[in-house]
Design a protein around this ligand. Structure first.
Ligand SMILES: NC(=O)C1=CN([C@@H]2O[C@H](COP(=O)(O)OP(=O)(O)OC[C@H]3O[C@@H](n4cnc5c(N)ncnc54)[C@H](O)[C@@H]3O)[C@@H](O)[C@H]2O)C=CC1
Ligand SMILES: O=C(O)[C@@H]1CCC=N1
Length: 302
């Protein structure tokens, strides 16, 4: 139960509330998490800006990419240092990978070493998180944006100190959809490429379907509406029907019919399977590169 894990006295701290953090917060709130059991941590107030003082209320303190006014009422702290004294039960870190180095020292100093941090940063390994945040229970997680409606999927893996927290992380992240515990951290880059980025591939499929419909003579608005409803409906059917994707595809495909003619193109040797393999390969490689690019500098030999 979420209420056993997070209370107003031992709140959930969400550090970074942009597109992914905002989606997660929306999912938790939809599941009944009380606003007062959350602290959203935004960037530190810039010099000269009105002092944020203690916890204020959300609004345009949240990034333009976040859920903005929809989250009004959630206590907001400006800067990770403001978490000192807030006694979070756990922290979810959802800033950009490149922003970790800047906030790491403030966050580490503000938190008791026993407080676990769940990071959703693409590419940043557990070792990099430990270097930035100190030795503590750490969980590296990769959610996706359907979390906003409780329909996401999150992969996760923990360091040794974080392993006892995996069940509680499953409770927290399970509210946002399904959860997969990976057998090894090495799998996280591929999980990121497939499922973290995956919604974007599907949304692009909608764009491509609509454009193809326009090319075949449909008015743009009609093509967009048809493409959107088709992908949403196919996703809902996939969810509601136990058959696997291949069986559902075959159920659409009449021998000698229109679908077969289309699939003959899509499934040709250099078709979608090849393109998707290249797509996920590129995203996996980028996840690995992000890990290298954001690694703390090694001390020089001299
Ligand atoms: N967007 C997505 O679909 C997914 C993103 N992720 C990961 O989530 C993380 C965030 O990505 P997005 O939400 O897309 O980026 P974003 O740019 O929308 O959100 C980042 C947020 O962090 C805030 N921030 C920056 N510095 C801060 C600081 N020092 N203290 C507190 N807040 C600070 C920014 O103001 C912004 O609101 C990334 O590490 C990304 O790899 C993971 C899965 C999916
Ligand atoms: O594009 C990105 O790097 C992030 C990670 C997965 C989805 N969005």
């Amino acid at each position: 139960m979420l209420e056993d894990l997070i209370t107003p006295e031992r709140p959930l701290a969400l550090v970074g509330c942009g597109r992914m953090g905002g989606a997660m917060l929306a999912g938790w709130r939809q599941a009944g998490l009380a606003d007062r059991a959350v602290r959203v941590v935004t960037r530190p107030a810039s010099p000269g800006a009105a002092s944020a003082g203690g916890a204020s209320s959300a609004g345009d303190a949240l990034s333009a990419g976040g859920a903005g006014e929809a989250l009004a009422g959630v206590p907001v702290l400006a800067g990770a240092a403001a978490l000192a004294g807030q006694r979070p039960s756990l922290v979810v870190l959802a800033v950009k990978p490149q922003q970790l180095a800047g906030l790491g020292p403030d966050l580490a100093a503000a938190l008791d070493a026993r407080v676990p941090v769940i990071s959703v940063l693409a590419g940043v390994p557990l070792a990099g998180l430990a270097a930035a945040l100190g030795d503590r229970p750490l969980i590296r997680a990769m959610p996706n944006t359907p979390a906003a409606i409780g329909r996401g999927v999150t992969s996760m893996v923990a360091n040794a100190a974080g392993a006892p927290w995996l069940d509680r992380a499953r409770t927290l992240l399970g509210v946002l959809g399904s959860v997969v515990v990976l057998a090894a951290e090495e799998q996280m880059d591929a999980a990121t490429a497939l499922a973290g980025s995956g919604p974007a591939y599907v949304f692009h499929l909608v764009e491509a379907l609509a454009a193809a419909g326009v090319a075949e003579g449909l008015p743009e608005a009609t093509a967009r509406a048809l493409a959107r409803a088709t992908v949403a409906g196919a996703g809902a059917l996939l969810d509601a029907d136990d058959r696997d994707a291949a069986a559902l595809r075959q159920a659409v495909t009449s021998p000698g019919g229109t679908t077969q003619a289309g699939l003959d193109v899509l499934m040709r040797p250099a078709g979608l399977t090849t393109l998707m393999a290249e797509t996920v390969h590129a995203a996996t490689a980028r996840s690995r590169a992000l890990g290298r690019e954001t690694a703390p500098a090694r001390p020089s030999a001299d």
